[in-house]
Design a protein around this ligand. Structure first.
Ligand SMILES: Cc1ncc(COP(=O)(O)O)c(C=O)c1O
Length: 359
């Protein structure tokens, strides 16, 4: 397809409109030919400048990566330490912003769903905390692993920059980075930010207005994106979110029945797209994962960074149904036996009972 031709503009017109509904916004959504990290970088360079202070929470591996990127660009990061079992603390947001009478903190940056831990931060509470502190910081949220699987509302929740990616809830291969942008963030980009070229929002928006991109877009992925959005709309976004909530609850019931512990310590923050499971002391999660891969050709999520060897992660994101979940849980339960990990049998049965009782 000619990405400067009229058919292409029709394709992108459909996609931009569809993406706005996925982010729950009527404002602009940009598509970079990049992984999610590219959209992160774009969020920083368009709105902030070296020396700016930002507030972040150590919720896990991905929050830590975001902190590192921010520091490479010369931002001064107030990184609130965490135990990787809880989400961002709204009370701490309010306290720190209330103390910041000079308005030195320019942005609050939160990972919505921490893919490394299976913890979902409650963004509406963070928004309320910023408002209670009467503070003008931008709110930036990483929805790379939650978008289109867990309820998310860019506009209603007053988020300024939302970053997403193609490879999780949108069920596509990696290669597209998304950004939904508020008027306030657009104004910050117009009057500030850092030198940028490839990541410039304004170039994108100017070209997107007529259906095009400032450089060669990832055309093939855009066809997939149109179909992914159509699938989500066919099911209906509330039904998509309810499906993930139900399958996640079935997973957690299986984990408890096995006698294993869920890493997320706060039930209100359980992730509906993955469950991180703690290994019993003296057992290595990677030995268990290798046994499952060898025996059942099923790849469980690895424990990242400080969680290496301590947890394994069951993914239940994107295109998933009762049978694919029960198959996954079957692989875990049989794998626990194969690898000699102490557990009780019956987790799969517990999940199936929950699914049957809650059709
Ligand atoms: C929550 C979260 N943030 C950021 C990233 C990094 O995104 P990418 O690997 O697409 O650059 C990931 C990747 O898995 C993620 O899950």
């Amino acid at each position: 397809m000619d990405h400067r031709g009229p058919d292409f503009a029709r394709l992108t017109g459909e996609i931009f409109e569809g993406l706005r509904s996925v982010f729950a916004t009527t404002g602009p959504v940009i598509i970079f030919p990049s992984s999610g990290t590219g959209a992160w970088e774009a969020a920083i360079v368009n709105t902030l400048k070296p020396g700016d202070r930002v507030l972040m929470f150590e919720t896990g591996h991905f929050a830590t990566l975001w902190q590192k990127i921010a520091e490479r660009f010369g931002l001064v990061v107030d990184f609130v330490p965490g135990d990787w079992r809880r989400g961002a603390d709204a009370g701490e947001v309010e306290r720190r912003l209330t103390e910041d009478r000079q308005g030195a903190i320019k942005a609050v940056m939160v990972v919505h769903n921490e893919t490394s831990t299976g913890v979902t931060s409650r963004i509406p509470l963070i928004r309320q905390a910023i408002d209670r502190a009467r503070h003008g910081a931008l709110l930036m949220v990483d929805t790379i692993s939650s978008l289109a699987s867990i309820d998310y509302r860019h506009a209603e929740w007053g988020v300024d920059v939302t970053v997403g990616g193609s490879q999780k809830g949108l069920m596509l291969p990696p290669g597209l980075g998304f950004t939904a942008i508020s008027d306030k963030a657009l104004a910050a980009a117009k009057h500030g930010g850092m030198p940028r070229s490839y990541w410039d929002w304004e170039d994108q928006l100017k070209n997107n207005a007529s259906g095009y991109f400032p450089y060669t877009p990832a055309t093939n992925l855009l066809y997939g994106l149109r179909e992914a959005i159509a699938m989500l709309h066919e099911e209906g976004m509330p039904a998509v979110f309810a499906r993930h909530a139900r399958l996640a609850e079935a997973t957690r019931r299986a984990v408890r029945a096995w006698g294993l512990e869920i890493l997320c310590a706060e039930p209100a923050e359980y992730s509906n797209v993955l469950t991180a499971v703690m290994m019993p002391p003296g057992h290595d999660a990677d030995v268990f994962r290798k046994a499952v891969l060898a025996r059942f050709d099923m790849s469980l999520g690895v424990g990242l960074a400080r969680l290496a060897g301590k947890v394994f992660r069951i993914g239940h994101v994107g295109d998933l149904n009762d049978l694919t979940l029960v198959g996954t849980l079957g692989g875990v339960e049989m794998g626990l036996a194969v690898a000699g990990v102490p557990h009780r049998a019956g987790g799969v049965q517990e999940a199936m009972t929950f699914l049957s009782d809650n059709p």
